[in-house]
Design a protein. Sequence first.
Length: 106
Amino acid sequence: MSRSMENAWTCQSNEYFETNIKSSDGKKSYFVKYDLLSRKRQMKENCRYGWTCECKGFKFRGKCSHVEKAEKQRCGWNVFCDPGLQPKNGKCPECGEEVIPTRVMV
């Protein structure tokens, strides 16, 4: 069986998403981001995406309520999750943000 690389569509939020989340008392806002955390130059398999938050809790524990709230806001759509939906005019069918091609082996 022959395999080939093809493009598949994914929401740009699968590579980059940012938002501000208010603290529980509403007095402060924290910058929360989902993106590429680390990359070793020649070993792309070590690329890793994940969340970061500027709050003290995240810095100490590596998780926080701000990230939990941001996770609910990020679309994360890709064509494999719902092949019945297709991008229109380069926009995500779920949230309307840009879509980007990702290379997959089929």
